[in-house]
Design a protein around this ligand. Structure first.
Ligand code: DP6
Length: 324
């Protein structure tokens, strides 16, 4: 069977930074995220004994993709099939642009490949499997606003939906900043988290933070929610900056924009930022303010592009047909 699936990327409000098991990708802590409507990956998978080799095409170019083939081997073993695989995958955003692609990429691959292999997995099983491909991919399986339980084993570390996509009208306006040089990939970065002197303190307080953000989301208390996510992003970057060796993901424009956001708030615009392992800012606001936020961003020279996202459904199958 030839199966095509689509999956969104997601933005973490409480971050996943540091792992307690590298191979299984068990995170150091529970994280909370929202799926993004405008950053997604569409992936088609087919297994066949007629294919001579495994082949992977990402954004129209053929690649070796050993991480992808290793993941496919897990699925082949589980489904007890021996056919070679053909994978064609496309992001609707530039992979080289420094925006996360592993979350949407591995979530779409998990759904398409398991279905093509004849497996029928529950949402929880799909989330567990996607996690093994890339931790944040586990959160792109369920719908809308998502919690990834850290767990203490592979079977207990999975994501589930807290609320569907239409629960809360908030937006993520991404400000893409000119990168200059390439960042340390997040898989590498995770390894250094524990070397920061701030990491133990972060762990001490994280469950409290998760409780508070879930409360803010439940009440739809936007300012309370915004204060938590901004402080959380700065805390994760404090860990990155104080890791050995230090990880500096920010560019001068990143800092300039952080200051702008704080100024805009003083002027009465309710907007907060969060930042992942890169220089770009995610500006989180209510839907009613997204045009105002975008208009202001366009005026800033260092902002190359903006991408407006609303909350989105999780990974899903688009088509399943028999053979190429
Ligand atoms: C900073 O999921 O990319 O975006 O599990 O090694 O593939 P791997 O890491 P990845 O890490 C994402 C880190 C982050 C924060 C987050 O999304 O929670």
């Amino acid at each position: 069977m030839r199966v095509t699936a689509i999956a969104p990327s997601n933005i973490a409000f409480i971050k996943y930074w540091g792992k307690k098991d590298e191979i299984l990708r068990l995170p150091a802590n529970t994280s909370i995220s929202m799926n993004l409507s405008n950053l997604n990956t569409t992936t088609t998978v087919e297994f066949s004994k007629d294919f001579e080799n495994d082949s992977v095409e990402i954004n129209k170019s053929t690649t070796d993709a050993p991480r992808v083939i290793k993941f496919i081997d897990i699925i082949r073993k589980r489904a007890n099939i021996i056919g070679k695989v053909k994978i064609v995958s496309e992001n609707n955003f530039p992979t080289a642009g420094g925006l996360a692609s592993s979350a949407s990429g591995f979530a779409a691959l998990t759904v398409a490949a398991t279905t093509a292999a004849g497996l029928r997995l529950s949402e929880k099983e799909l989330s567990i499997l996607a996690r093994i491909g890339s931790g944040s991919a586990s959160r792109s399986i369920p719908d809308g606003f998502v919690e990834w339980h850290e767990g203490d084993s592979s079977d207990t570390s999975y994501a589930e939906s807290l609320y569907p996509a239409d629960y809360w009208d908030i937006a993520d306006v991404i400000a893409i900043i000119d990168e200059g040089k390439k960042d340390v990939p997040s898989t590498e970065g995770h390894k250094s988290a524990q070397s920061s002197i701030f990491f133990p303190d972060r762990m001490k307080n994280i469950n409290n933070k998760i409780k508070n953000i879930k409360e803010a989301i439940r009440k739809k208390d936007f300012p309370q929610f915004g204060e938590i996510i901004e402080a959380e992003a700065l805390e994760m970057h404090a860990v990155m900056l104080t890791s050995v060796p230090p990880l500096i993901y920010w560019q001068p424009a990143t800092i300039r924009l952080m200051r702008e956001v704080i100024n805009w708030r003083r002027e009465g615009l309710s907007v907060y930022f969060t930042i992942d392992a890169g220089p770009h800012l995610h500006l989180i606001c209510q839907k009613k303010d997204e045009r105002n936020v975008t208009k202001r961003l366009i005026l800033i020279e260092e902002v190359e592009k903006t991408v407006i996202n609303s909350p989105s459904a999780g990974a899903r199958i688009i088509t399943a047909t028999s053979g190429f």
